[in-house]
Design a protein around this ligand. Structure first.
Ligand code: NQM
Length: 354
């Protein structure tokens, strides 16, 4: 039986299989079929593959040496379904991005610096560039460190991710419906794409407080149906067409912060509750809430010192550094950054289901 070289990594609060593009078939249909069999999709438990039975652990990163100027590597992200045989390149993933630089160094695509290494990454799904910086003492990747990430036990080495040019990277523009807010089925929503297409709405408008534990939300099938109806309609307004089989847009329901952050969130990917919040998903939510008149913007408490925006979520909080262009009205997020951690879990050969 033929195996495929693969590294399993935790990136931020997600986990995925990382491959060199050259270790996979060049034909996308052949590649996708192979990846579904590697991850164990379709099966709610992914029992015959290495997927973790949740969208945040059913992810693939494919990395290649840069195929053009201005960056070091190219990163293609694929979101695999769990119970459904779907595979989509219509979104990127900022969490798996947290392991891309280290993977590139470990596979010899990029030389390591003596203390830190910065890798310029082209996000092939969206066309934007991110810079990832991580420790490489003595020229070797060191995953150990003291940085904690909500939703991940223990601590590990900090990975800084910096994003530019994310506005409208999946849809055509930052506000793909052309408006700061829209009405869908009597619910005020704001549809934004600052690296991830997200529908933002008030939790109260969906009949929840926005502080519920993830398990309660996961058991609420009426809520899932409501979210699905709204996001399907939003997908059309956002120019994404029929999003039934797509993982975007995500939905984030917001409530007033209650742990000292700027906003409290519960996110659905696309209808299953996220244990925390995605990286670019978080950037897009903050961007929406900075717009006057956006759904839930009145609940947003801006940090007093212009420091990072703390997004409260179901397992803690995510701090997002935001650079604002205040010369335009409303202000625009021009650059964003987050700290994550990542860890190599295994490096070896994976054997796909026949
Ligand atoms: O928004 C989950 C995750 C993500 C995506 C999702 C992400 C991002 O937590 O950049 O990281 O929204 O499906 O990995």
């Amino acid at each position: 039986m033929t195996g495929v070289r693969c590294m399993l990594m935790r990136g931020g609060t997600s986990k995925g299989a990382y491959f060199l593009a050259s270790d996979l078939p060049a034909d996308p249909a052949e590649r996708d079929d192979l990846l579904l069999r590697i991850m164990g999709t379709p099966d709610p438990r992914q029992i015959d593959g290495i997927g973790g039975a949740h969208p945040v652990t059913s992810k693939v990163a494919i990395i290649a040496r840069a195929d053009g100027p201005g960056r070091d590597v190219d990163y293609l992200f694929l979101q695999l379904g769990v119970g459904d045989a779907t595979i989509s390149d219509r979104q990127t993933c900022g969490n798996l991005l947290a392991g891309v630089g280290q993977f590139a160094v470990e596979r010899g695509l990029v030389p390591a610096g003596w203390e830190d290494t910065s890798v310029r990454v082209l996000l092939l799904n969206t066309g934007s560039i991110a810079v990832t910086t991580f420790p490489t003492p003595g020229g070797r990747v060191d995953y150990r460190g003291t940085t904690a990430v909500s939703g991940v036990p223990g601590t590990a080495a900090a990975v800084e991710l910096e994003f530019t040019g994310t506005a409208g990277s999946v849809c055509d523009s930052l506000l793909p419906t052309g408006a700061v807010s829209d009405d869908i089925d009597g619910i005020q929503v704001s549809c934004v794409d600052n690296g991830m297409p997200v529908v933002v709405a008030r939790a109260a408008d969906f009949g929840i407080t926005g502080y519920e534990p993830v398990d309660d939300l996961a058991a609420d099938t009426a809520l899932a149906a409501r979210i699905n109806a709204v996001r399907t309609e939003a997908g059309k307004l956002m120019g994404l067409g029929d999003v039934t089989a797509l993982s975007v847009p995500k939905t984030t329901l917001v409530a007033a912060p209650r742990d000292g952050g700027a906003i409290c969130t519960r996110t659905f990917i696309p209808v299953r509750p996220h244990p925390s919040i995605g990286v670019l998903g978080g950037v897009s939510v903050v961007t929406a809430l900075l717009l006057e008149g956006a759904a839930g913007s009145e609940l947003f408490v801006a940090p007093p010192d212009g420091g990072p925006v703390e997004i409260e979520h179901a397992s803690g909080s995510l701090a997002v550094g935001i650079d604002l262009d205040t010369t335009v009205s409303p202000p625009r997020v021009t650059r964003s950054s987050v700290f994550r951690t990542a860890r190599k879990l295994f490096d070896g050969t994976v054997f796909p289901r026949p």
